[in-house]
Ligand binder design. Sequence first.
Ligand code: HAM
Length: 438
Amino acid sequence: MTDRAVPLRGQRAIATAGILQAVRGMNDVLPDEAPLWQRFEDTTRAVFAQYGYRNIRVPVVEPTALFARGIGEFTDVVEKEMYTFEDKLNGESLTLRPEATAGIVRATIQHNLTYDRPQRVWTAGPMFRHERPQKGRYRQFHQFDVEALGFPGPDVDAEQIVMLARLWRALGLTDIVLQINSIGDRDHRVAHRNALVAHFERNAAVLDDDARRRLHANPLRILDSKNPAMQEMIEAAPKLVDFLDGEALAHFEGMQAQLTDAGLAFEINPRLVRGLDYYNRTVFEWVATGGGLGAQGTVAGGGRYDDLFETLGGKRNFACGFAIGVERMILLLQAAGVAVDPAPLAYVVHAGEAAAPLARRVGEALRDRGHAVVVHAGGGSFKSQMKRADASGARFALIIGDDEAATNTVAVKPLRTAGDQVAVPAADVPARLAALAQ
Ligand code: HAM
């Protein structure tokens, strides 16, 4: 950023700061893009409501300990990506939420939400992770997050996945594939972990620094590594799914049966462990195969996290959830050519003192009937106003000059179809537009 000296009427120079930019990795959503976001949001809210999910809203800032304990100290999110700062007054360590699940579980415990019945909830909003920005990966990004609290499953696990399949259909998206896995219960993970550590120790020569550091603290995370030099060794590592038995195995098989029953195709990916530590049993991801998202193709991910309540100081409970990455969905919708036309029905063009009140009345009368109408503001010639009318995408220009004001009429001009301008009594405009708009 450079400072520029701007001369002020030749008398003196004032220094103005360079133009301020948004923080790297944090994006503006401009008015031309917002309609697609709104289409996604409206559709998503409607589908969630169809399954009985209700909205919950939790703070964007939480105590750092919530995420450190909830997500896990040795995860990338907690180790490297959190926006953490000290409260200036009391020195408390606070963090901008990197995800919503920990906050929702905190709220569930704090307000005893599942005291007498389980709860299906969703939330939406910005999340913050200090990642290296690239297409589909940002430092402020948005999620639609769903949590089923107090359900032992596997019925809600399958239902959430089926709900997402319905959402993709409602959005007109086809190239999104489902991957599932089970990471079992604690006993399975302990047995698997021991086998895994032994495997990594046998292959110590290929471990990178991150892996060596995590070897005993959190060996499961080594499986997430993208380091090409370690891929072959990771591929040969023991698979957790082979350690499942008893209820955890029945849970996994029960969920698969329900997905099959719902007609959903899925792939079991034994390497799918997810990047957060709170999961047990079910984990799943929906991955877009198109849309140019490449490695950022995971558009939704989640799973079961029964142990998180106890980790955060609550009583034993059960839960399953997922989050959708909104920016990635918008990229997919754009790549699929989904366009949303938020144009108003009419743009009211007016000039002259007598015309302005009539223009406002006509606008309000149309809005009374639920239409979107833009009444020109800011003056200007008819010609320049007509240009604005055209640029607004409106179907009709409603033109009011001195003559129209004197006779209480409006000249209706179709902008998107052939047709002559016709003079219509002001009171008849709503009915006439409704007829013409058929
Ligand atoms: P997650 O896998 O960390 O899970 O994130 C879910 C989704 O958020 C990802 O699949 C991706 O679409 C999007 N996402 C994550 N990071 C970024 C980023 N830096 N830029 C753009 N999009 C991103 C969770 O957050 C869990 N809380 C999900 C969950 C809910 N599990 C149980 N309940």
